[in-house]
Ligand binder design. Structure first.
Ligand code: ADP
Ligand code: MG
Length: 280
């Protein structure tokens, strides 16, 4: 048999104790709804009966506390471990909880590396079926630190159908491929909009382009999420639409994405390609 890739080239990636599946939510560019998807995905997974944690790794723009409606300060244990806060049935940790207010974070590479490593190593998550990680946009230091430090089960890449967003989604898919992280699939957010006056669909940023890109790159489509003001209001007010359950307003497509994510994780597990960890 020909030799595989030199093992020393890939850093040792460890599981997070107690965490079965680690899902990284990524996007090539900001403002496409990555945090909206990460937060609603976490809530939907929790409502579907899973034990869920949410790590806000967007240290420059930590929006998760606002979207989950929690500004509670996390508690540290005597041995310097961080206890995540509980918000709407999800365990959560965010730089926004440790650095509240409007002070901008100006850390550079090495500091980012250490804070992310600390988040990954020092938070006591307990037992989780899914740890969802909201990554910063792009393909920079935080993403690489994360991918090189822990064994990510798979990545969810969020995009809008617009051409500018799509150019970056290709880069994100390529980055995960290069570092051997499975892409669970692409979510096309802000996919279409139903006109409130006539009900006709209006494709504000286009429609279906994310799906086409996913197909072109051979990665699955996890779902399309419509533009709906209730999704934005839910995030702004700390009551994301998924918190009201699958039958709640504007939540169906987000639950569809959550189900597609669990199905993909199971598929990868069955194929034996994903680093999923059993908790005994
Ligand atoms: N499907 C959607 N419908 C309506 N508003 C949305 C939708 N997805 C995201 N938004 C809004 O768009 C803005 C950017 O979303 P956000 O999740 O913060 O993006 P990112 O994390 O990619 O920067 C937020 O105000 C959010 O509420
Ligand atoms: Mg965000």
């Amino acid at each position: 048999m020909p030799p595989g890739p030199a093992p020393q080239q890939m850093p040792q990636r460890h599981p997070i104790p107690g965490v079965k599946n680690l899902i990284a939510v990524a996007s090539g560019k900001g403002g496409v709804g990555k945090t909206t998807v990460a937060v609603n995905l976490s809530l939907a997974l929790a409502k579907l009966g899973h034990k869920v944690g949410l790590l806000d790794a967007d240290v420059y723009g930590p929006n998760v506390p606002i979207m989950l409606g929690s500004t509670q300060e996390p508690v540290a244990t005597a041995d310097q471990h961080i206890i995540p806060v509980q918000a709407q049935g999800v365990k959560m940790i965010s730089m926004g909880l440790l650095n509240p207010g409007d002070k901008p974070v100006i850390w550079r590479g090495p500091m980012l590396h250490s804070i992310i490593t600390q988040f990954l190593r020092s938070v006591e998550w307990g037992e989780l079926d899914y740890l969802v990680i909201d990554l910063p946009p792009g393909t920079g230091d935080v993403q690489l630190t994360l991918i090189q430090t822990v064994a990510v089960t798979g990545a969810v890449v969020v995009t809008t159908p617009s051409t500018v967003a799509l150019a970056d989604v290709r880069k994100a898919i390529e980055m995960f491929r290069q570092v051997h992280v499975d892409v669970l699939g692409v979510v096309e957010n802000m996919s279409t909009f139903a006109c409130p006056h006539c009900g006709k669909p209006v494709d504000i940023f286009g429609h279906g382009e994310g799906t086409k890109t996913a197909i072109a790159y051979g990665v699955p489509v996890l779902g399309e999420i419509e533009i709906d003001p209730r999704i934005r209001i839910g995030g702004d007010s700390g009551k994301p639409v998924a918190a009201a359950g699958e039958a709640g307003p504007a939540a169906q497509s987000l639950y569809k994405v959550a189900r597609a994510v669990t199905a993909r994780v199971e598929e990868l597990k069955a194929a034996g390609s994903s680093p999923t960890f059993q908790i005994d």
